[in-house]
Design a protein around this ligand. Structure first.
Ligand code: ZN
Length: 414
């Protein structure tokens, strides 16, 4: 049975992108990576830049770096987030006003015990993370007696009317009072906040044979964990600088300062080239020789819905990492990149699978095409197969996360 201790600790303590970037920083600091707050001409050999819910990590080449290898993943997952003025009182209930972030499978958030996590900006300029994983809130589903044909007609949810969670029946707590308690300050000290709801159920092995993992946010924290783990345990390469970029806001299109469409990765790569004494033209040459792995989960074939997959391109859980291909470039994989990673997988004895969507079913996308467009680096979209993508609780194979680490490690040293 694979060792899931580190992965589960990561999943259980990272309900928001801010917690993911902090967790990655903690793992890296233990391995001697040095945090820098701005790009400079004397970057450490092993370092990282943390900005909000994103983190960019590098391990510079031993000498004569001729190429980069970039591993990209995203720290965010679809969820429910509090609006700036969240307190609602209705019919004796205390409720919270929420916004829907990304492509949430809304039904999966009903009748779950929800915790809350995020960050608070204090009036004195400090930012504090908070995480409350006790049963704090719940979105109660309407009883079947009051919605008789819900099973036949399907659940209809009005996104404004039906998703406000209840979190009490007394007027004792305003949200500001509760939040101030979390970070041990006075409500008047709070200048701003980001507060996300999450299912408090911990990650667990599942199945009579314990061959599955059930958890929230497998998409895409498995890739974040795998990328950081692979880099932290890999030896320094003689002529390859390895970068792991964990971006925020992929689930809403990556258009933000900390998303894959933002400038930080591009700026970091150029700064690393300058650090190694390269000219701008040499930097461009180096980009052209580089490889980017866009790591994000893939759709495993569902036993109850096999018709939703192209039969030739239907990955199985515990079947190994999946290469995602799309002729319309919703995934960035080129045949050149595909061939390259396939050869390495074969040499290392790692089984690979391939996903292409049905022609009558549009596929999702990843940070891959965005990174490829911005950087001009040959990119391959890779991810572990999973079910229930964008549910509050997702499902993947127990062997696949460690296989992804093994594969990324093999690519780093190739
Ligand atoms: Zn994803």
């Amino acid at each position: 049975m694979p060792n899931t201790t580190d992965l589960f600790a990561w999943l259980d303590t990272c309900p928001t992108p801010y917690h993911v970037s902090q967790m990655a920083a903690r793992v890296l600091a233990d391995k001697g990576f040095i945090r820098v707050t701005e790009l400079a001409s004397d970057l450490p050999a092993d370092g990282y830049i943390l900005r909000d819910g994103s983190i960019h990590v590098w391990r510079q080449a031993e000498r004569d770096s001729t190429k980069f290898m970039v591993i990209g993943a995203h720290t965010d997952s679809p969820n429910l987030r509090l609006k700036p003025v969240p307190d609602i009182e209705r019919l004796g209930w205390q409720q919270l006003s929420v916004e829907i972030y990304g492509g949430v499978l809304l039904n999966s958030w009903l009748d779950r015990d929800l915790g809350m996590a995020g960050r608070v900006m204090l009036a004195d300029g400090r930012t504090k993370l908070f995480l409350s994983d006790s049963a704090l809130a719940r979105i109660p589903q309407l009883a079947i007696h009051l919605d008789r044909d819900v099973n036949e007609k399907g659940l209809q949810l009005d996104r404004q009317q039906h998703l406000a969670p209840v979190w009490g029946t007394s007027q004792k707590y305003s949200f500001a009072t509760w939040l101030a308690d979390q970070v041990k300050c006075s409500p008047t000290d709070i200048a701003g906040f980001d507060a996300h709801l999450f299912d408090i159920t911990k990650a667990t092995l599942l199945g009579a044979d314990s061959s599955l993992i059930a958890s929230g946010r497998l998409d895409n924290q498995v890739s974040c964990w795998a990328g950081i783990t692979a880099l932290a345990q890999s030896p320094r390469q003689e002529n390859k600088t390895v970068v792991v970029s964990l971006f925020d806001h992929e689930e809403t299109g990556s258009q933000s300062a900390t998303g894959a469409a933002g400038p930080v990765l591009e700026q970091l790569l150029e700064a690393l080239s300058i650090n190694q004494g390269l000219s701008r033209v040499q930097h461009f040459d180096r980009l052209a020789a580089s490889l980017c792995i866009s790591a994000d989960n893939a759709h495993a074939v569902h036993p109850n819905y096999p018709e939703r997959h192209d039969a030739q391109h239907a990955p199985s859980v515990n079947g190994g990492p999946v290469i995602k291909v799309n002729a319309n470039h919703r995934y960035a994989t080129t045949s050149l990149g595909h061939a390259h990673v396939k050869t390495i997988a074969q040499k290392t004895g790692i089984p690979l699978q391939v996903f292409a969507s049905r022609n009558n079913m549009p596929c999702g996308s990843t940070i891959g095409p965005i990174a490829a467009t911005r950087l001009g680096i040959d990119t391959v979209d890779i991810g572990i197969p999973q079910l229930s993508m964008h549910s509050a609780r997702e499902l993947c194979g127990a062997n696949d996360p460690s296989e992804l680490v093994r594969f990324l490690s093999a690519l780093i040293v190739s």
